[in-house]
Design a protein around this ligand. Structure first.
Ligand code: NAD
Length: 472
């Protein structure tokens, strides 16, 4: 892999420029949209459990404030660098625009391999990072709202909200300073699986489009599709699980220690537990082992879902990809060279900045919940159930027929928080898919779905700038 001197931010800029040609905006506006507005690079000390002192390198980037707060996850990974955080922050701006989430793009990163630190050390790092963000006004419900990303989850978000609240006594909206929190700390039900569910909803919608499926030589629908997923973390696990539940066959899974395959299908939970118990995805019963996790990318399948890190498919391995559709669950898994090769080969790439927008969409719902200080469904659930009971009772009386118990349960049920979150996410992903596809359809010169998605994003951000008239 030729990823060493690769600039992820340049790749994002390249995709942006490719799409900008299909818009009517003047150069100045396009340059402003592309630029990262603020980059905060920090260093702080950590006293390790063995008493030694280590200097930690960390970042927070605010790509755009055309809408506030800025929004984007925090990544813990050994490969974190400024270029990467800038790229990821840019993608957040475009992502939010595509799914109509009224935020600007942001992203954070701490350059550590979290597996090499104790929970106590990780807590100290997270709390100190939060304190550094507070010092520079780089966090707050109205300025910049982080979330989980690679290597972080609910635990880290709980430390962040606790640190922020402690340093802002009496701030009534402080829970909205970060999303992806545990439900007990102001999180929203459905956030944990949101990105994976969004990936599923997005790809399902693409699979339901006869003209697209005809193009790649597949039947419509998700059922029976052969899926390979790289990365069994938050996004990969839930994506695989939703596909399996919908009747697709998971024929390959990869983790950093290797990959496994079985054309008969792998049970996602069994593989997950096997890895938890043995420490490796390899040697799963009935599956074939592959020593290199990258081998998964070249497996025979219908839909390939990279859900780990960026730049995993480049000019070298793109010619060997056998999937008909690639769903970018991870951010930036394809280089621009890979994009060109795959487009020429007729492989549909469903782009990251729209496909993995489920996380930020549900984060938006969580933020709204925090600001409104009330759980979704609390006010209307019982009212709706009573109303439905009345309506059904009337129908049964008028028709003289009884509705079966299972259907009755479904009809009477008033929406819980998780029902509303799932429904809001489904609507968001379906609408976004159609908006992008229509853009692509209406302009036959647009070469691929990624470019169409960028065109949609650029138009939405540019309209905000133009309407604000903020160029002094
Ligand atoms: P995670 O840390 O929960 O999981 C990532 C998994 O990938 C880990 O289990 C890791 O061991 C595995 N992995 C690492 N390198 C690998 C390799 N070469 N081959 C196979 N597996 C490998 O992270 P996540 O939150 O699931 O994020 C994954 C990707 O999705 C990232 O690109 C992230 O930016 C993107 N994303 C995440 C969210 C979210 O809500 N968490 C939202 C949008 C996008």
């Amino acid at each position: 892999m030729s990823v060493k001197n690769y600039s992820f931010f340049s790749a994002v800029e390249k995709s942006f420029d490719k799409a900008a040609k299909f818009t009517k905006w003047e150069r100045g506006i396009l340059e402003q949209i592309k630029a990262c507005n603020a980059v905060y690079q920090m260093r702080f000390p950590l006293k390790r459990d063995d008493g030694s002192i280590e200097v930690i390198e960390a970042y927070r980037v605010q790509h755009s404030q055309h809408k506030t707060p800025c929004k984007g996850g925090i990544r813990f990974a050994a490969e974190v660098n400024q270029d990467e955080v800038m790229a990821l922050a840019s993608l957040m701006t475009y992502k939010c625009a595509i799914v109509n989430v009224p935020f600007g793009g942001g992203k954070g990163g701490i350059k550590i391999n979290p597996r090499k630190y104790s929970a106590y050390e990780l807590e100290k790092i997270t709390r100190r990072y939060t304190a550094e963000l507070i010092k520079k006004n780089f966090i707050g419900p109205g300025t910049d709202v982080p979330a989980p990303d690679y290597g972080t989850g609910e635990r880290e978000m709980a430390w962040i909200v606790d640190t922020y609240s402690a340093m802002h006594p009496g701030e009534i909206d402080s829970a909205g300073c970060v999303t992806g929190k545990p439900v007990s700390q102001g999180g929203v039900r459905g956030r944990r699986e949101a990105t994976g569910l969004g990936v599923f909803f997005g790809l399902r919608e693409v699979c339901n489009m006869p003209e697209i499926m005809k193009k790649v030589g597949l039947t419509t629908g998700v059922e029976g599709k052969r899926i390979v997923v790289q990365g069994l973390g938050n996004v990969g696990y839930h994506t695989a699980k939703f596909f399996q539940d919908a009747g697709a066959k998971i024929v390959g899974l990869a983790e950093y220690e290797g990959a496994i395959a079985s054309q008969d299908g792998l049970d996602v939970d069994e593989v997950f537990n096997h890895r938890k118990n043995t420490g490796s995805i390899l040697n799963f019963k009935g599956a074939t082992d592959f020593k290199y996790n990258m081998d998964a990318l070249e497996m025979e399948c219908d839909i390939l879902i990279p859900a780990a890190l960026e730049n995993v498919i480049d000019g070298d391995n793109a010619p060997q990809v056998k999937a008909k559709i690639i769903g970018e669950a991870a951010n930036g898994p394809l280089t621009p060279e890979a994009d060109e090769i795959l487009a020429k080969r007729g492989i549909i790439v469903v782009p990251d900045m729209y496909l993995n927008a489920g996380g930020v969409t549900v984060s938006y719902f969580e933020w709204l919940k925090n600001l409104s200080h009330v759980r979704y469904g609390r006010m209307e659930k019982r009212f709706n159930e009573n109303l439905n009971t009345q309506i059904l009772g009337q129908i049964e009386t008028l028709t003289g027929k009884k509705v079966a118990d299972r259907e009755k349960e479904y009809i009477l049920h008033g929406a819980d928080e998780v029902d509303l979150v799932y429904s809001g996410l489904e609507e968001t992903m379906i609408t976004a898919t159609h908006e992008i596809m229509n853009e692509w359809k209406n302009n036959p010169d647009i070469p691929d779905m990624r470019t169409a998605a960028y065109v949609v994003a650029i138009n939405k951000v540019a309209i905000t700038y133009a309407e604000l008239g903020i160029f002094p």
